[in-house]
Design a protein around this ligand. Structure first.
Ligand SMILES: Cc1cc2nc3c(=O)[nH]c(=O)nc-3n(C[C@H](O)[C@H](O)[C@H](O)COP(=O)(O)OP(=O)(O)OC[C@H]3O[C@@H](n4cnc5c(N)ncnc54)[C@H](O)[C@@H]3O)c2cc1C
Length: 470
């Protein structure tokens, strides 16, 4: 019996993929990470199957690479040469919502549930699963938790970690850690669930999660604004946070992004002329119909305009327009990808430091790579700005990486010097191992290594990810 028959036996032959044409898609991801082909792709449909598959892989010395929607931006869901012989364990068939409890404000979903499906399940019982971002139609709950995803509502509801009540995890030796509780308060020892959130599949396979849902937003107003500078945007944020309604989104968008969308997506309508340096999308909301959110938005914008913080503004008039505004923000990464190679970053700084961060990065990048163009877009409301250095027209990716590959380090160092992080919401995967090695506190890395050794002594769970080589 070959090792693969041994595995096919667990999930059924049709869910143990071995043909090159069947596994090709699993050797790459949204950002086209160059992975190596796994020796097999397993698609279990129950926790017991995951556990047995993990046990058998471990027995055979096969590395295990958990995969969800493969929208991750750090290359974590693909096998790499350092994995050795690896199996991709796709959670896509573990896609049941096990329980929705409106009274408990909780929901239990399996790891392969698409995030949008979970949002819909919450909506059916008049609840909101508040996390959202551009890839929510493909990203899965297991991936969302393993990367501790953020998105556009982090400033109001926190990132994925803050929405987790409990987890079910298959450990690297195949045992099932059933910590799928739904209680809000549980101080019975270490909060193990938080070990697996953000671990990018290096400590075990998340098979299900108990998630927090919140009351729905009954009144929502979205505005698309032109602002003179990131500093003005910051002033505006303070004003919005004090206006009486909830601020559920605050995105800073540099004009270059809108220009890219206008050129690459002629079907997209940009609500304001592209003649200002910076734009902001702000969303105010309330949980009750009686809250005059529109008036609050308008009054705040009048004040901000008088203070010179807002240069132009348009408010969405209906749900379709609101959705169209958000599409501009959410679809931007797709359009940016069409616009040629760029060096991308995912930094966070304290919100108050956002203007200084952008100014220092612009100067440092401009001094060193005057031929490149800095592009900034991000969740300014929580300090998470995505800065990129875009290549001049006609440059190949290889050339740009060779010439300007260090741009990410330049930006990351500035973020860290301002008390920030070099990985705000995308994780480390493989793409940020060099940054982890250079900028993370060595003691923190050592503690992480000892946790990894304890849970995964043979180092078979997503090897080569998150922790830089010794
Ligand atoms: C257009 C676009 C926009 C995006 N915008 C945002 C954004 O605003 N905010 C944000 O945070 N992210 C964003 N992302 C990144 C991405 O969508 C998130 O990182 C998402 O959480 C990944 O989920 P996934 O199911 O695709 O995970 P995958 O890419 O499949 O996997 C990601 C990591 O998690 C591990 N993993 C997956 N499933 C499991 C599991 N069940 N158990 C253990 N480990 C597992 C994988 O091994 C890998 O290391 C964006 C991506 C795209 C393409």
């Amino acid at each position: 019996m070959s090792p693969f028959d041994f595995l096919a036996d667990v999930v059924g032959p049709q869910n143990c993929l071995r043909a090159p044409e069947d596994i090709a898609a699993y050797a790459t991801d949204w950002r086209r990470s160059v992975g190596v082909a796994p020796v097999a792709v397993l698609r279990p449909s129950t926790t017991a199957e995951v556990a047995e598959a993990v046990r058998r892989c471990t027995q055979q010395g096969l590395a295990i690479v958990p995969a969800g929607g493969r929208t991750g931006l750090a290359g974590g869901a693909v096998a790499i040469p350092a994995s050795g012989q690896a199996v991709v364990l796709s959670l896509e068939r573990m896609n049941r919502i096990r329980n929705v409890d409106a009274r408990d404000f909780s929901l239990v979903a399996e790891a392969g549930c698409v995030v949008q499906t979970v949002q819909e399940a919450a909506r059916e019982v008049d609840r909101l699963f508040p996390i959202n971002w551009g890839a929510q139609g493909s990203a899965m709950i297991g991936g969302m938790l393993s990367t501790n995803a953020g998105g556009i509502r982090t400033l109001r509801y926190g990132n994925a970690r803050e929405l987790v009540l409990g987890l079910e995890v298959v450990l690297p030796d195949g045992r099932i850690l059933d910590d799928l509780r739904r209680v809000r308060k549980d101080n019975s020892g270490y909060a193990l669930r938080h070990l697996f959130v953000g671990a990018e599949g290096t400590l075990g396979v998340i098979t299900a999660a108990a998630l927090r849902v919140v009351p729905p937003l009954r009144k929502v107003e979205t505005a698309f604004l032109a602002v003179p500078s990131p500093d003005a945007a910051l002033q505006l944020l303070g004003r919005m946070l004090g206006c009486g309604a909830e601020v559920t989104g605050f995105e800073l968008i540099q004009w270059v992004c809108l220009d890219t969308i206008a050129r690459r997506g002629p079907h997209m309508r940009i609500p304001l002329p592209i003649e200002h340096p910076w734009y902001v999308m702000v969303e105010l909301a309330a949980g009750h119909e009686s809250v005059p959110v529109r008036q609050m938005m308008e009054a705040t914008l009048f004040e901000a305009s008088d203070a010179g913080e807002v240069l132009d503004a348009v408010l969405a008039e209906n749900e379709a327009q609101r959705a169209a505004f958000w599409r501009i923000r959410e679809d931007y990464p797709e359009f940016a990808r069409m616009d040629g190679p760029s060096i991308n970053t995912d930094t966070a700084v304290p919100v108050s430091a956002v203007p200084e961060f952008i100014a220092r990065a612009e100067k440092a990048l401009g001094d060193r790579w005057p031929e490149g163009q800095m592009v900034a877009i991000g969740h300014a409301g929580d300090g998470n700005i995505h800065l990129s250095l875009r290549a001049p027209q006609g440059t190949t990716r290889e050339d740009w990486v060779a010439r300007a590959g260090e741009a990410d380090m330049v930006v990351n160092e500035i973020a860290v010097s301002l008390g920030g992080s070099f990985s705000a919401e995308h994780g480390i995967g493989v793409s940020k191992l060099h940054v982890m090695a250079a900028l993370k506190d060595p003691l923190a890395v050592e503690v992480m290594r000892s946790i990894k050794r304890t849970l995964d002594p043979r180092g078979l769970m997503n090897p080569g990810k998150v922790l830089p080589a010794n």
